[in-house]
Ligand binder design. Structure first.
Ligand code: ZN
Length: 266
């Protein structure tokens, strides 16, 4: 599932490739992913319009059009966008005035597209907590100190902090030498400060490397990200830790596979 760095990469690429280009036709092989309005209204609302801004809220993409309508794209598990030629497997095709296509790809049909006059009233947007880059250290400390839960599921709780998923929660905890199973209330002040710094560091590094393609994620040119080769703990069970050379362990935590170094993380 794309996390903040992957969706930020898509956002930046879309800004370069589609802004100002008129949508001249829409084809939908599987209109099921179009949640509102009807396919007919969706098409009428977008054809002839130019995107003027791309917005990202945590893992959700929002394209603002010149008539101030918003195309809200929630990629969820398997959705992605590809710009260029017409793709046979596209679920929804946006033909652009430069002769290229923006293909909405989604093998499992779990993503959601909506055309609306606002996006801030959507429940899944309203439920989002602040992003790590929007939080001051003091605000982050307050969150960690008031929630009685394990630290890793807390970092992934989108209602508390939005944008961090399974990959970057594991990476941030490894860099901070904190076990994913630690109770958040047990974290010392210096550990919280270190975690705050490392979450930002890990996310920034992932954005610079255009995200991690550990599953279906591709950028809008269909290329994989460069971050998965740089991951230090995610997906490395039974491999040697980069810091101490002992074996990385994997456990199930809150239904999610979680890797850590039992020697470096406490
Ligand atoms: Zn280690």
């Amino acid at each position: 599932m794309p996390e903040l760095p992957e969706v930020e990469t898509i956002k930046r690429d879309l800004e370069k490739k589609i802004l100002g280009k008129k949508i001249i036709a829409i084809e939908a092989d599987k209109p099921k992913v179009i949640k509102e309005p009807s396919l007919d209204k969706f098409r009428k609302g977008l054809v002839g319009k130019r995107p003027k801004e791309v917005i990202r809220k945590a893992k959700v993409l929002i394209i603002k059009f010149e008539d101030n309508k918003f195309l809200v794209i929630h990629l969820r598990i398997s959705g992605w966008l590809q710009y260029g030629k017409k793709e046979d497997k596209a679920r929804v095709l946006f033909k652009l005035s430069d002769g290229k296509y923006l293909n909405y790809m989604d093998q499992r049909l779990l993503g959601e597209l909506r055309l609306r006059s606002d996006y801030k009233d959507l429940k899944f947007i309203q439920r989002l907590g602040p992003e790590p880059f929007e939080l001051s250290l003091k605000e982050f400390k307050d969150i960690i100190r008031t929630k009685k839960t394990k630290i890793k599921p807390l970092l992934m709780d989108q209602a508390v902090i939005s944008g961090i998923g399974n990959i970057y929660a594991q990476e941030s905890l490894f860099e901070s030498k904190i076990l994913p199973t630690r109770q958040s209330l047990s974290l010392k002040d210096r550990e919280i400060s270190l975690l705050y710094k490392n979450i930002r560091g890990v996310l920034n590094k992932a954005i610079q490397n255009r995200g991690s393609s550990v599953d279906t994620y591709r950028d809008i040119d269909g290329r994989t990200g460069g971050m998965e080769e740089k991951l230090r703990v995610y997906g490395r069970q039974n491999e040697p830790c980069f810091k101490c050379r002992r074996s990385i362990k994997k456990i199930n935590l809150g239904g999610r596979g979680t890797c850590f170094c039992p020697s470096c993380q406490h």
